[in-house]
Design a protein around this ligand. Structure first.
Ligand SMILES: *[C@@H]1O[C@H](CO)[C@@H](O)[C@H](O)[C@H]1NC(C)=O
Ligand SMILES: *[C@@H]1O[C@H](CO)[C@@H](O)[C@H](O)[C@H]1NC(C)=O
Ligand SMILES: *[C@@H]1O[C@H](CO)[C@@H](O)[C@H](O)[C@H]1NC(C)=O
Ligand SMILES: *[C@@H]1O[C@H](CO)[C@@H](O)[C@H](O)[C@H]1NC(C)=O
Ligand SMILES: *[C@@H]1O[C@H](CO)[C@@H](O)[C@H](O)[C@H]1NC(C)=O
Ligand SMILES: *[C@@H]1O[C@H](CO)[C@@H](O)[C@H](O)[C@H]1NC(C)=O
Ligand SMILES: *[C@@H]1O[C@H](CO)[C@@H](O)[C@H](O)[C@H]1NC(C)=O
Ligand SMILES: *[C@@H]1O[C@H](CO)[C@@H](O)[C@H](O)[C@H]1NC(C)=O
Ligand SMILES: *[C@@H]1O[C@H](CO)[C@@H](O)[C@H](O)[C@H]1NC(C)=O
Ligand SMILES: *[C@@H]1O[C@H](CO)[C@@H](O)[C@H](O)[C@H]1NC(C)=O
Ligand SMILES: *[C@@H]1O[C@H](CO)[C@@H](O)[C@H](O)[C@H]1NC(C)=O
Length: 546
């Protein structure tokens, strides 16, 4: 049924293009088209004829299979290869600046595919472990890969507006917007896209090549965590498939899936037990973006309105059109919406998301460090091999209280999570240099901006902790953190100070994290009925002012 619908739509689209006599929209413009493979009529009748399709172990004859040794390129290679590019996505253009100089994709903020960050100010530090050190343990907190829009977001609202007008026979798009007459909304919601799968598979491969040697010190199978949302499970499995290979990943580790749902405790989805993450306090982020949209999209609204006579094109519609560029590109490989916007407007888009994160999910929101602190408690538990016994934040005691589900002796830890968890953990840990530029203004893009979401929480973002011994031994002496391959300065963490390689002494770091756990008032910041507005929100540490 769904398949049939897709064919009908495509057929009509061709007729309209061929005719090209009238710019009037087809009645299906803006409608949502969907497809699922395999369709139900195939799965209902399919029988797996195992005798005709035996698996590899039954067939045998695998050829020679000696395993080589593990890789550890962070220690053995003279330099690391950065993540660059985004095959197979088509690189978009802007409306005013064609050519290579400006890459629109870097303006997609949290919708950008992760690219290695060159530097967070420590220009000589690299992902490569410092000379004279050995890597003893590694932590990975990563975001899922590229996904469809979240449920009910601007792109779907724009499609609905177009579809409603087309259904009334009042939608006519001309000029550069003519493509809208036959455009349908092909995006689902929330799920990982094929490109998102590639990102996580590649992350798994990369992690094996960089840190595989640490597998030798597992005494049991690794336990790696994700949450229950479909794209989260999908991301975790693709990471594992990349890391272990598709023939053996299912028997090489345990995948822990924490429930992500309202009222359920999980440090990987902490907003579900933090009321102030779900009310007007959290909405400060959206308010800031809305204010900024009215500034930077006013010109685009006027420009586009002349090509949509009779259509009430709102700023929210224009914001939806702009967000369709990244969303269609990461799902469909290409989007006609991208080059409708100028270079300035793309910089404006990135800044709108920066504002959203700063005031809603980052250093400028009073309930954010509270949301990140549970993961920090887990980190301290793991680093010190001390079992947690009180669960008074977002911790789930059933999980972290149990040696089987939360082991404390792993050489490699992998936690899959969300953009807003990475953005909450950073202020919870006091990586204050990201907030050094202070609160973000609502009416212009500041010079010397230090808070840039494209570097913090892109699709497949990764925060990596390297536990090191310098000089090499079996006892860790130092730790440092890399955000999307860029080494983070730890000078905001009490006692750590400046180090050109971003190192902090292990015990000093642990003491700093314990102090942060004391400093962050989870119950007040998440539950108290305080008020705050964009006029007086000068917070830079993700906590309500004392
Ligand atoms: C990086 O190294 C160069 C050459 O050794 C030195 O001049 C520069 O000050 C260093 N930069 C930082 C940020 O340490
Ligand atoms: C289309 O018609 C419906 C019902 O008559 C109306 O509610 C809706 O506002 C119209 N939409 C547009 C975009 O004109
Ligand atoms: C694994 O543990 C052994 C014994 O504690 C140690 O000698 C070795 O260096 C460790 N290997 C790694 C990769 O840390
Ligand atoms: C903790 O996690 C377990 C296992 O997923 C789940 O059954 C339980 O409901 C969770 N508890 C809370 C309070 O979220
Ligand atoms: C256009 O839409 C906005 C927002 O929905 C609404 O406030 C306004 O009244 C509409 N204008 C017209 C002319 O329909
Ligand atoms: C879940 O978190 C709440 C609030 O911190 C806490 O009271 C409760 O004990 C936790 N439940 C579990 C199973 O950890
Ligand atoms: C916890 O798990 C580790 C690794 O499997 C094991 O070495 C240790 O003995 C366990 N501890 C307890 C108290 O069961
Ligand atoms: C931005 O940085 C440059 C170079 O460090 C400096 O000259 C300028 O004053 C800074 N601008 C602001 C607004 O801080
Ligand atoms: C966190 O940063 C604040 C502000 O810079 C500082 O006062 C505090 O001591 C820091 N705490 C820790 C544990 O690093
Ligand atoms: C929070 O406080 C305000 C003003 O004191 C009050 O109007 C509101 O009802 C309170 N909200 C809750 C959830 O208690
Ligand atoms: C911010 O302003 C609101 C009024 O808009 C006031 O109720 C609140 O106490 C102020 N908060 C802070 C932290 O200054």
């Amino acid at each position: 049924m769904l398949l049939l619908f897709a064919f009908v739509s495509a057929g009509l689209a061709n007729q309209v293009n061929a005719a090209a006599v009238s710019a009037k929209a087809s009645s299906f413009a803006g409608s949502t088209s969907t497809f699922q493979f395999p369709p139900a009529d195939i799965t209902a009748t399919a029988s797996l004829i195992d005798s005709l399709f035996p698996d590899a172990s039954e067939v045998g004859f695998a050829g020679p299979t000696p395993t080589g040794d593990e890789a550890e390129s962070v220690a053995t290679a003279p330099a690391m290869a950065p993540v660059k590019g985004y095959f197979p996505l088509v690189r978009p253009e802007t409306s005013d600046n064609k050519g290579e100089s400006f890459d629109v994709v870097k303006s997609w903020a949290n919708l950008s595919p992760m690219q290695s960050v060159k530097s967070f100010g420590l220009d000589n530090a690299t992902e490569q472990i410092p000379e004279g050190c050995k890597i003893n343990q590694v932590f990975l907190l990563h975001r899922h890969g590229a996904r469809y829009p979240t449920d009910g977001s601007d792109p779907a609202a724009f499609a609905a507006d177009v579809h409603s007008a087309a259904g009334n026979g009042t939608f006519v798009a001309t000029g550069p917007l003519e493509f809208l007459n036959t455009w349908t909304y092909k995006l689902g919601a929330e799920l990982l896209t094929p490109f998102g799968r590639e990102q996580l598979f590649n992350l798994g491969v990369g992690f094996r090549v960089k840190y595989g040697d640490l597998l030798k010190n597992f005494t049991g199978l690794p336990v790696w965590r994700t949450t229950s949302e479909a794209r989260m499970v999908d991301s975790a499995l693709h990471f594992a498939a990349g890391f272990f290979g598709v023939q053996s990943y299912q028997s090489s580790y345990h995948q822990l899936i924490e429930i992500e749902e309202e009222e359920f405790n999980s440090t990987l989805a902490p907003w579900n037990v933090c009321p102030n993450a779900n009310n007007d306090i959290w909405a400060l982020g959206d308010d800031a973006t809305d204010a900024w949209n009215n500034v930077y999209l006013a010109d685009a609204q006027k420009r586009f309105a002349q090509y949509l006579p009779g259509f009430n094109l709102t700023i929210q519609d224009v914001a939806g059109m702009q967000a369709l560029c990244p969303y269609e590109t990461v799902a469909l490989g290409y989007s006609a919406f991208c080059d409708l916007f100028t270079e300035e407007e793309w910089k404006g888009f990135a800044y709108g998301v920066d504002l959203n994160f700063w005031y809603g999910d980052g250093p400028g929101n009073p309930a954010v460090s509270a949301q990140g602190i549970g993961w920090v408690q887990e980190l301290v538990s793991r680093l010190t091999q001390t079992r947690l016994t009180t669960f008074d934040t977002t911790l789930n005691g059933t999980i972290v209280g149990n040696n089987a589900t939360f082991p404390l002796d792993q050489p490699i830890y992998v936690d899959a999570s969300h953009d807003t968890v990475i953005s909450a953990v950073l202020p919870a840990m006091n990586f204050s240099f990201l907030a050094a530029g202070g609160p973000l203004p609502l009416d212009h893009i500041p010079e010397n901006q230090t808070y840039i979401v494209q570097k913090i929480s892109p699709f497949a973002s990764r925060l990596v902790g390297q536990v090191l011994s310098c000089p090499a031994s079996d006892t860790p002496t130092h730790i440092r953190w890399l955000l999307n391959d860029g080494v983070l300065p730890q000078s905001g963490i009490q006692g750590c100070g400046y180090d050109p390689n971003g190192l902090c002494e292990f015990d000093t770091f642990v003491a700093g994290m314990k102090q942060r756990i004391e400093e962050v008032d989870f119950v007040f910041d998440c539950y108290a009925n305080y008020s705050l507005s964009l006029d007086n929100d000068t917070i830079t540490n993700g906590q309500y002012p004392q």
